[in-house]
Design a protein around this ligand. Structure first.
Ligand code: GLN
Ligand code: ZN
Length: 748
């Protein structure tokens, strides 16, 4: 059986591309070096795929920054402010990152992944102009290396749907302008010679997106009339689009059978159409080994409907969302490692699966399959994964706090006696070079725990002193012991593993290394109590404890695939709830449970939203359910737009929520008022993402604007996110001005 891979990660297994881009940006090296690195990486990645026996390999999956950005240059869809930049390279990176005189383009999340793309800015008076040079040269490179190449392109409807109109209106109105340039592109590609296959990615249709189905038909009736065109979707099913595509002249369809199981319902129609099916059965999103025997059975069932000649084994999406290879993971537990497959290992899974369909295949002789069978069996029963006590605790989870909000807030305000417009921060204070160096030397064993703790206590005391000096109402300890709000907790819970080289691209040259949740989650020891209670004992002011919530930990990790995500979320909730109780017993009775990434787990299809919201809200509530009525629970979310989810936010029932509204005045707060939101709210009053120090009068205005929307009894005053990325000499005057502004408003 033939095989194909949608796309491969590009940053490099030693993050070579990152390093060479960053050296170039900081003028320590030249663009020639970047190009050389890029060329080497492409050749290496194609080589891996060819060596693994993959039949059809992607070209133009590579990018120096982002594929949407590449597509903009290919189509000549350049925003006005960059159009006059003659040097293509300078133009490209200016669009991505801004330059001395021009602001960068906006960036946003690619569907429900943690990858971010650059958002095209289109307008009705654009004129497009094709530039095929980059695609052509990559294709020639691949051909010279003997690669059987298909060319990846973002399809026209997805390109438009993910763009924004700078002149107002719907981007889909530009369809008739953009289609001709796509036609020209396809025509140019057909001149490359051979029977080159074009793989158009149209993932927007996994959202249903029925309003654009007629455009989809028009697009591929014309783009596929003379060329071999595949249309690929991923991350969910796209059944509505499949129906339409099957009556166009496309050559094949790429569908996700891992995260889009409903695609199976389209099989009969696909069979009748006689088109090729690129069946995405190996996940491009997770890092777990595939259950090859189970997948073989799945494909056997497909073959009852579809001709073997028309079925190609593929990945569910580009492998972009997985790290490169396990080869450098010498620190992982041996069993855990045997359950993992990164991009390179997934190539072998694709090819092994294909071999399993050949007549002379011998299961017992195939080393990879034998190891796979053994690892799958071992993962199902391993004590490293399964912990009955955890499973039982989840079964008996309580979700509700004993006392309703009205009674709680009354008791809390009596206990804490904080004023209206109480001032606080979101948790972290600047992570200076000194802070990071201290953590690093402790981790490397250069200093022992006594020295480390003494240093941390010193930092905490300084931080308290500053907060007392400026007269903040509610203090924090500063989070100096934390490298990252998820990793810090993950490292202390069982069921988590941390890789050495599990980097995935987040945007541009930025990579993240998500924790791996492989087993039932529990918390052997208190994680934050030492720091928080030390801080609490060293001030007469209110000290707020600081935790990360289960949904955020889940959404920023690689999550096990052998149980529903909701189950893993509940397990984390139980573990964090133990921490809530321990903080409370230690006298820390104001506790913030951050859900910075709550919105990121939203499903792609509307019909699945209610279910996600149900368990995500329950996970948060279960985390704080054991808290006494007098213990005040805060949460923080890094969003400003709550219109769609306000009812869900309300259902979380946190006593206080702080949010990111600083950049939108009081506009976005209005939704809280219009739904009659009762709980207290801290709308960030200044933007911490910028080094700018807002002055007192500006903050007075901002506070007064907030008070036009919600009464002062319901408002807290705080910055809009944690301060860890800022410098002390920005933080000090900003917070001082903030407290000053509140005092002026209170005295009016
Ligand atoms: N408490 C965290 C901090 O202040 C919250 C971070 C976040 O919202 N991303 O850093
Ligand atoms: Zn935040």
């Amino acid at each position: 059986m033939k095989t194909s891979v949608i796309g491969f990660p590009r940053i490099g297994e030693q993050r070579e591309l990152k390093k060479s881009l960053e050296a170039y940006w900081s003028k320590k090296s030249t663009f020639d070096v970047v190009e050389k690195t890029a060329k080497e990486l492409r050749a290496r990645h194609w080589g891996y795929q060819k060596d693994a026996g993959i039949d059809l390999i992607a070209v133009n999956d590579f990018s120096l920054y982002d594929n949407m950005l590449d597509m903009m240059q290919t189509l000549g869809a350049i925003p006005k402010r960059f159009r006059d930049l003659e040097d293509k390279t300078y133009q490209y990176f200016s669009m991505a990152r801004g330059n001395d005189t021009t602001t960068a383009m906006e960036m946003t999340k690619w569907f429900n992944t943690n990858y971010h793309y650059i958002v095209p800015e289109l307008s009705l008076d654009d004129t497009y102009k094709l530039d095929i040079s980059s695609i052509k040269s990559q294709y020639d490179e691949a051909k010279a290396l003997g690669i059987n190449a298909k060319i990846n392109l973002i399809g026209p409807i997805t390109f438009l749907a993910l763009s924004k109109r700078v002149d107002g209106g719907d981007t889909l109105e530009l369809f008739s302008k953009i289609l001709p340039i796509y036609k020209e592109l396809v025509k140019e590609i057909s001149n490359f010679g051979g029977d080159v296959i074009i793989d158009f990615h149209e993932p927007i249709f996994v959202r249903g997106f029925e309003k654009a189905l007629f455009l989809l038909k028009d697009a591929y009736n014309s783009l596929a009339s003379k060329n071999k065109v595949i249309v690929t979707t991923f991350f969910e099913h796209s059944s509505e689009a499949t129906k339409v595509l099957l009556i166009t002249p496309i050559y094949g369809l790429g569908l996700d059978f891992v995260d889009g199981e409903k695609n199976i319902d389209s099989l009969g129609d696909i069979a009748k159409s006689g088109k090729k099916l690129f069946a995405g059965v190996i996940s491009g999103r997770n890092i777990w080994i595939n259950d090859l025997e189970a997948t073989k059975t799945k494909i056997d069932n497909m073959l009852k409907v579809i001709d073997e000649d028309n079925l190609i084994i593929s990945t569910s999406s580009s492998l972009l969302h997985t790290p490169f290879t396990l080869e450098y993971e010498d620190g992982l537990d041996k069993d855990v490692k045997s359950w993992l497959a990164y991009a390179k290992e997934k190539l072998n899974e694709v090819s092994t699966l294909s071999k399993m369909f050949s007549d002379d295949f011998n299961t017992s002789n195939n080393v990879l399959l034998q190891a796979n069978i053994e690892a799958i069996r071992n993962r199902k029963t391993s004590k490293k994964v399964h912990n009955d006590e955890v499973k039982n605790r989840v079964k008996n989870l309580s979700i509700e706090r004993d006392t309703p909000y009205e009674a709680r807030i009354k008791a809390q305000r009596e206990a804490f006696k904080y004023p209206d417009l109480a001032t606080t921060t979101i948790g972290s204070f600047p992570q200076t070079a000194e802070v990071r160096a201290t953590r690093r030397s402790f981790k490397n064993g250069e200093i022992d725990s006594d020295v480390y703790e003494a240093k941390m206590e010193e930092l905490i005391l300084d931080c308290i002193k500053f907060q007392e000096d400026i007269d903040l109402d509610v203090l924090v300890h500063g989070e100096f012991e934390r490298n990252d709000m998820v990793e810090y907790f993950g490292e202390q819970m069982s069921g988590f593993a941390f890789s050495k080289n599990g980097w995935v691209q987040s945007y541009g040259s930025r990579c993240v290394k998500p924790p791996v949740i492989y087993g039932d989650v529990s918390r052997p020891n208190a994680m934050t109590v030492k720091w928080s209670s030390f801080a609490n004992k060293n001030t007469n002011k209110i000290m707020k404890g600081m935790l990360t919530g289960p949904v955020t930990i889940l959404n920023w990790s690689f999550v096990r695939d052998d149980q529903p995500r909701s189950e893993t979320s509940y397990q984390i909730a139980v573990a964090i709830s133990d921490e809530v109780k321990d903080l409370e017993s230690a006298g820390v009775t104001m506790i913030q449970v951050d859900e910075a990434a709550f919105k990121e787990g939203y499903p792609l299809r509307d019909e699945n939203i209610a279910e996600y919201e149900r368990w995500a809200v329950e996970g948060f509530k279960a985390t704080v359910a054991p808290a006494k009525a007098t213990t005040q629970i805060h949460t923080h979310m890094c969003y400003s737009e709550f219109n769609d989810i306000i009812k869900t936010i309300e259902a979380m029932d946190a006593d206080v929520i702080s949010i990111e509204t600083a950049r939108s005045g009081n506009e976005l707060l209005k939704i809280f008022k219009s739904v009659g939101y009762k709980q207290e709210v801290g709308p960030g009053i200044y933007d911490i993402h910028s080094p700018r120090v807002p002055d007192v009068s500006e903050m007075v205005k901002q506070i007064e604007a907030l008070m036009e929307v919600l009464p002062k009894t319901q408002l807290w005053i705080n910055p809009d996110c944690g301060l860890k990325t800022r410098k002390w000499d920005e933080v000090k005057p900003s917070l001082r001005n903030m407290v000053e502004a509140v005092k002026i408003v209170r005295n009016k």
